[in-house]
Design a protein around this ligand. Structure first.
Ligand SMILES: C[S@@+](CC[C@H](N)C(=O)[O-])C[C@H]1O[C@@H](n2cnc3c(N)ncnc32)[C@H](O)[C@@H]1O
Length: 249
């Protein structure tokens, strides 16, 4: 994965760019699919904006590749265990009831990397819930904007512009522009490009099956004005079968 400024030096702006309260409805939908689990491992947990909602129902462990995002998450989820790791090769040596990977799974840009992330889930749990931003069948080019004013005097606004320069490959591109206002009123601007993965539903379902899960695609119910996301849910056909995970915790 390319180092993104978004998750590096710009990470302190994450709460103003993508506020935690905007995650409430989607986290509740994820919780309905995680129902019955107690321990949940979230991979690519970012600033912990799903976690602030999910922790009311689940015993969460959080993993992200970016130290700056883990630092943000620790501020709002100080009671939760945080680990730095890559979802493509992480092995914590303990088992969980479920693995949850929200939008971070979108950073898997090849079928090989997506398969590795699913292998990580299979190594840690009998159930997995994966939530890509888009699937091939429903992807549409899009522009969006957002950002809020913070309580600390800072404020952020962004524009995002997503399109698919090469429909024959497994990636799309989002260009972001940020305007960031410091507490003293000083403005800075930043721009960067994120390349993310785009796969047909059948690819998700096939890879989940290859890793021992019975798989289904569940269409999100949302009041947001956007295409509902597809949540992929996998349940092990042979529960308890996992390699490299160590003993159950
Ligand atoms: C859009 S943010 C996630 C935000 C998160 N849903 C939240 O609640 O704040 C995407 C995250 O994926 C993480 N990420 C990208 N590739 C990763 C990988 N290979 N392993 C673990 N985390 C990864 C990034 O560091 C970033 O924090």
């Amino acid at each position: 994965m390319t180092e993104h400024r978004f998750y590096g030096d710009l990470a302190p702006w994450w709460p103003l760019i993508s506020p935690a309260d905007e995650y409430a409805e989607e986290a509740a939908f994820a919780a309905s699919l995680l129902c019955g689990a107690r321990t949940v491992l979230e991979l690519g947990s970012g600033g912990g904006h799903n976690a602030v909602h999910l922790k009311k129902q689940f015993d969460l462990t959080l993993v992200d590749i970016a130290p700056g995002m883990l630092e943000q998450s620790r501020k709002i989820n100080p009671e939760l265990p945080h680990h730095r790791g890559d979802m493509r090769d992480l092995r914590l040596g303990r088992a969980f009831d479920a693995v949850f990977i929200h939008d971070a799974i979108t950073y898997m840009t090849t079928e090989g990397d997506l398969s590795k992330a699913i292998a990580t889930a299979a190594a840690h749990a009998d159930r997995v819930v994966l939530v890509p931003d888009d699937v091939k069948e429903t992807f549409e080019p899009d522009t969006d904007h957002g950002g809020v004013d913070g309580d600390d005097g800072r404020a952020a606004r962004y524009l995002s512009w997503t399109y698919d320069p090469d429909p024959t490959d497994t990636t799309t591109r989002t260009d972001y522009a940020f305007l960031l206002r410091d507490a003293d009123g000083g403005i800075s601007a930043a721009q960067e490009t994120h390349v993310t993965g785009l796969f047909p539903r059948d690819t998700w379902l096939r890879l989940l099956r290859q890793h021992g899960f019975a798989a289904e695609a569940v269409t999100e119910v949302t009041s947001d004005d956007r295409t509902p996301r597809t949540f992929f849910v996998g349940r092990k056909t042979n529960p308890g079968a996992r390699s490299n995970a160590g003993s159950s915790g």
